[in-house]
Design a protein around this ligand. Structure first.
Ligand code: GRF
Length: 188
């Protein structure tokens, strides 16, 4: 069975959807570790409630990316993690982790990449006036939301949508697409 680490820094609704899919028997994996770079993030509460260990760090307390990634790597090794799912982790993965987990890191992004990479993809879609946006699951490389695409699902932008309403519709799709895609990957 795959031992998974989820990297998240926000509310952790995607983290929760992965846990729920495992619980329901839809995803054959175990979340062995949460990695979080935002002390106080709600995702930490979710991990605590589910009894999942968390490594929380403050990047400012480290000399550079290599230094905190080295520490993350030690935790990944300690928990025997074989695969990483990014779910709202707001940092680029550096060579320290990429080198050790080549082809074994995926990310979820709230747009149809390559449209609207980077921060606030939902705001970018609204500002551009597109009628269709969506969700992408992709492998992670050294770029910003640039790795090979694994799965995508469109989401319609409705007349009168604001940031909250569009985000809610996108997240609803995320919460099934991410666990389903992981389940497919782990079957291969
Ligand atoms: C998601 O919308 C995901 O696509 C993006 O960050 C957000 C995380 O949300 N990468 P949550 O913390 O899982 O609720």
């Amino acid at each position: 069975m795959k031992k998974l680490a989820v990297f998240a820094s926000g509310s952790g609704s995607n983290f929760q959807s992965i846990l729920d899919a495992i619980e329901r028997g839809k995803l054959d994996a175990r979340v062995a570790l949460l990695v979080c770079d935002k002390p106080g993030a709600y995702v930490l509460k979710r991990a605590e409630q589910a009894g999942i260990p968390a490594f929380v760090f403050n990047a400012k307390e480290f000399e550079n990316k290599a230094a905190y990634e080295e520490e993350i790597l030690q935790h990944l090794q300690y928990y025997d993690v074989g695969f990483i799912a990014l779910a709202g982790y707001m940092r680029l993965i550096g060579m320290t982790i990429l080198g050790a987990f080549s082809g074994k890191i995926v990310n979820i992004h709230p747009s149809l990449l390559p449209a609207f990479p980077g921060k606030d993809a939902v705001g970018q879609a609204l500002a551009a006036g597109v009628k269709i946006t969506g969700v992408t699951i992709h492998y992670v490389d050294e770029g910003m939301d640039t790795g090979p695409i694994i799965a995508q699902e469109p989401v319609q932008v409705m007349e009168g949508d604001d940031h909250d309403s569009l985000l809610a519709r996108i997240q609803k799709v995320e919460h099934t697409l991410y666990p389903d895609t992981l389940a497919q990957l782990f079957k291969q």
